[in-house]
Design a protein around this ligand. Structure first.
Ligand SMILES: Nc1nc2c(c(=O)[nH]1)N=C([C@H](O)[C@H](O)COP(=O)(O)OP(=O)(O)OP(=O)(O)O)CN2
Length: 204
């Protein structure tokens, strides 16, 4: 059984070495839509794969890091990286280039790591990430599966190789979120989640 949750964010980038001229030399932005697809072979006490409400804490925070931020490949020109850090309070340093393909891999990787470290509270048995689809535009998306995350030809993904600006970290519910993930600390799901008011533009 699979469920899907949609997340949205606006992000700016340059994707070096690609074929599209506008894409590789000019900072530009996209309104991304991310489909996070989870699967399980057993349902929890609420007869759900995973309560959608539980996706509004750490996983939403980490995905929302990209919102109104610039992200760059940590192998980019040091002058460009320094300028991104100087002129944007919200930035993310990535160990891979910010193509739609890598957005789908990175978000799959983070969600998978968070779920693996989550202490479940409501009988969730074997919930895991099945796929992430990153829609970069209305016409183009990339879809990632577990094999793609593990594929080193596509770039090795290690928690320690990502960096978030102070402003990004300060807007998480827990500013220590990523540090805890790296330290392997458990995330305990709340036994009850409160409904977010209608009109929250980030989560549907
Ligand atoms: N496989 C990929 N191809 C391209 C990516 C990518 O991440 N993966 N990214 C880009 C650029 O970021 C670009 O801005 C988006 O390209 P494109 O789809 O061509 O955008 P358009 O808005 O021009 O698309 P239309 O179909 O004309 O609306 C390039 N390629």
């Amino acid at each position: 059984m699979r469920i899907r949750k949609l997340f949205k964010f606006e992000n700016a980038h340059i994707v070096r070495n690609c074929s599209s001229e506008r894409c590789k030399h000019s900072i530009h932005g996209h309104s991304y839509q991310i489909e996070l697809i989870l699967e399980a072979t057993r349902l929890d006490h609420g007869q759900m794969v995973y309560d959608f409400g539980l996706l509004k804490s750490s996983i939403k925070d980490i995905i929302d890091s990209f919102d109104h931020a610039i992200c760059f490949w940590n192998k980019d020109d040091p002058e460009y990286i320094a300028a991104c850090k100087k002129f944007s309070a919200r930035w993310i340093s990535l160990p891979v280039s910010p193509s739609a393909e890598q957005f789908s891999r990175v978000i799959f990787f983070w969600a998978q790591e968070i779920l693996a470290q989550t202490q479940m509270q409501n009988g969730e048995a074997d919930v895991s990430v099945y796929s992430v689809i990153a829609h970069e535009t209305a016409t183009g998306y990339a879809q990632c599966f577990a094999d793609d995350v593990a594929n080193v030809q596509m770039g090795k993904l290690i928690l320690e190789d990502f960096e978030f600006s102070e402003q990004v970290r300060s807007e998480w519910h827990d500013p220590e979120l990523y540090a805890k993930l790296i330290r392997g600390e458990r995330f305990t799901n709340p036994s009850v989640t409160m409904q977010v008011q209608a009109g929250n533009r980030d989560v549907e």
